[in-house]
Design a binder for this molecule. Structure first.
Ligand SMILES: Cc1cc2nc3c(=O)[nH]c(=O)nc-3n(C[C@H](O)[C@H](O)[C@H](O)COP(=O)(O)O)c2cc1C
Length: 388
């Protein structure tokens, strides 16, 4: 799990518990990835994996500029400047080189499939290559590229969809996808999305997976680098939704105000949008302000009016009243349980971290350390699972 959640300590703890811990290479430079690999090795002699983002497709600069302009009021409200949009491949070649040079046992990929020569190089370095797929077509492409295993990601999964093409992102549930992929591709399948209990692990094994991959379930582990505000949100019943609002790539996150107000406008433009919103997200982590349902008189009367117009609230005589604008209609649709523009799910007694999925880990288990939790997950069949 990229973004500081999958620490070397977490990856090592999962591996030590009998799973296969993963380091997220995304958002880091190659030197940082190499340092993390060294840190895992200082904690454990067990195998582990590194997850690398495949290079993104092109982004439309005009669409990026339009979204940036829309976010300016957000930036003024929070008093945080927007980040500069940048388009890049996240150090793709350099990270492949590090993974090969460090002889990482398993190298997994999200957002696309490495080309055959890159897979061959990793094989020559002794690595197994796993590719995240969200559709049967992606599974066939990964098999043609000589992947060793497929990480079959259902739409339930927390955070980014691993789809090859964000514009053609698969929205198939895990159980259906496992069956579809298994019918077409003979590779070992690692199931991921919405699994957080021993019974969930047993279910995907029964459906033909050789292992289960869990993300959200580890976000509250002591070893995880999860921000306190995200940890706190684990216990809420807020629904999750798919959105591009935060990074320009489809991801499942908690349906907070920012997500609800910006999903309809957010372009498919990763990592450009990720860089624009990064300071806003950092501020939200510090102050949890993005979670607040309504802004408190942010910019004086003129600013409040401008912001209110933008987000669909009317200002009358200094009071903020509701108006039948698009944002309000979205909220109303949500309240009525309809699907306004994003897929939403609501279930009881679940944890929903920001960027996390809907899963059912009892809170007692969530607060335990990673090793204890991993052993509990492994219980049903002595099989293994992996943390992303
Ligand atoms: C905070 C967070 C960060 C994630 N980062 C990555 C990542 O960098 N690469 C990746 O392939 N998957 C990433 N994932 C997705 C997981 O690998 C996995 O598919 C997903 O968490 C499974 O769904 P679950 O959260 O319901 O367990 C991330 C998930 C979360 C919750």
């Amino acid at each position: 799990m990229a973004g500081g959640v999958s620490t070397p300590e977490l990856a090592a703890a999962v591996s030590d518990a009998g799973g296969l811990g993963f380091l997220g290479a995304g958002y880091k430079d190659a030197a940082g990835v190499a340092a993390d690999i060294a840190a895992v090795r200082s904690h454990t002699a067990r195998p582990f994996g590194v997850n690398i983002f495949a290079p993104p497709g092109d982004a439309d600069p005009d669409a990026v500029a339009r979204y940036e302009a829309l976010l300016r009021l957000e930036s003024e409200r929070l008093g945080v400047p927007l980040g500069r949009p940048r388009h890049h491949d996240d150090g793709w070649e350099a990270k492949l080189d590090v993974a090969a040079a460090e002889r990482v046992p398993v190298v997994s990929f999200a957002f696309g499939c490495p080309p055959r020569p890159a897979v061959d190089d990793l094989h020559d370095a002794g690595a197994a290559v796993w590719v995240t797929v969200t559709t049967p077509a992606e599974a066939r492409a990964a098999a043609r590229a000589d992947a060793d295993a497929l990480v079959v990601q259902g739409v339930e999964a927390g955070a980014h969809r691993g789809s090859f093409d964000d514009e053609a992102s698969g929205d198939i549930g895990l159980l259906a996808l496992l069956q579809l992929v298994r019918a077409q591709v003979g590779l070992p399948l690692v199931a991921t999305g919405g699994i957080a209990t021993a019974e969930g692990v047993a279910a995907v094994l029964a459906a033909g997976a050789v292992a289960a991959c869990l993300g959200t379930a580890f976000l509250r582990a002591r070893e995880a680098g999860t921000a306190p505000v995200h940890r706190a949100s684990l216990g809420t019943e807020d629904p999750t939704a798919l959105t591009r609002a935060f990074t320009g790539r489809t991801a499942r996150g908690i349906a907070n105000r920012f997500l609800l107000e910006h999903s309809a406008d957010a372009p498919s433009a990763y990592p450009d949008v990720h860089h624009i919103t990064a300071p806003l997200r950092a501020a939200a982590r510090r102050g949890a302000r993005a979670q607040r349902p309504r802004p408190a008189a942010p910019l004086g009367r003129a600013g409040a009016r401008a912001h209110a117009r933008r987000v669909g609230w009317g200002v009358r005589g200094g009071a903020v009243g509701r108006r039948a604008t698009r944002a309000a209609r979205r909220r109303r649709a949500l309240a009525l349980g309809r699907r306004p523009f994003v897929a939403l799910r609501r279930t009881a007694d679940h944890h929903r971290p920001l960027g996390g999925s809907v899963t059912a880990m009892p809170r007692r288990k969530m607060s335990q350390n990673c090793s204890a939790m991993a052993r509990w997950l492994i219980r049903p069949r002595g099989s293994y699972h992996c943390g992303a």
